[in-house]
Design a protein around this ligand. Structure first.
Ligand code: CA
Length: 220
């Protein structure tokens, strides 16, 4: 559980991170572009990826999307100079486990890496399955299981369903879901939440999500 892939095109930062990690007993490989990052990460030879967003070839979001759509559950920590809420939310919803904003202290990154490797699939027992009333969500494969059927979800559908299942029996408002899943720059009058709820219901069964009129939605 100590093989780290660093995808970072700024040599100074890559060297600094690689050196620090090696000094802490990690096996480190550095790549400087998105295509190599994806190739390496898909190889299965790593336990964690430190992924810069601004990479040549393929940016970090593209790499992350490919990884998650290939159902590769390896923990990914994003390195980003862009500290806007929107980018952070996009990164986490794209399937990143955590992010660190440049400039950062090495200790800060190391703490995140240690935490993620401790909670990585196969490491220990953070719950990886959320289950409510015959519906379950696998947090590693990011797929839902309902009535013995496995259902693939988009990143936003997953985020929405995860939020509902983490609050079983509780009514969540459209505003809460907008904030959590889409970020703060969405028009509160938008009906995007309802659109996604409809999509989810088509996939997992209409009865799995209850509408609470004038308030929002709940599972369980
Ligand atoms: Ca960069």
């Amino acid at each position: 559980m100590n093989r780290v892939l660093i995808a970072e095109d700024e040599e100074r930062i890559a060297r600094f991170v690689a050196k620090g990690l090696r000094a802490n007993g990690y096996t480190v490989t550095v790549v400087g572009d998105g295509i190599s990052a994806l190739d390496h990460a898909l190889s299965g030879g790593y336990d964690l990826v430190v992924l810069d967003i601004g990479l040549p070839g393929r940016d970090g979001y593209g790499v992350l999307r490919e990884l998650r759509s290939a159902h590769i559950a390896i923990p990914v920590i994003i390195l980003t100079a862009r500290d806007g809420v929107r980018d952070t939310v996009a990164g986490l919803e794209g399937g990143a486990d955590d992010y660190v904003t440049k400039p950062f202290r090495f200790e800060e990154l190391l703490a995140r890496i240690r935490l993620r490797l401790r909670t990585a699939p196969g490491a220990v027992a953070e719950p990886t399955l959320l289950a409510v009333d015959g519906l379950s969500l696998d947090l590693r494969t990011r797929r839902a299981l309902t009535d013995e059927r496995t259902v693939d979800l988009s990143a936003r559908e997953f985020a929405l369903l995860e939020m509902l299942l983490r609050h079983p029996g509780q009514v969540l408002s459209r505003e809460q879901m907008l904030d959590h899943v889409w970020g703060f720059d969405f028009d509160p009058g938008s009906n995007i939440v309802d659109v996604y709820i409809r999509q989810l219901r088509r996939k997992i069964g209409a009865d799995k999500i209850t509408t609470v009129r004038g308030m929002g939605y709940r599972c369980g």
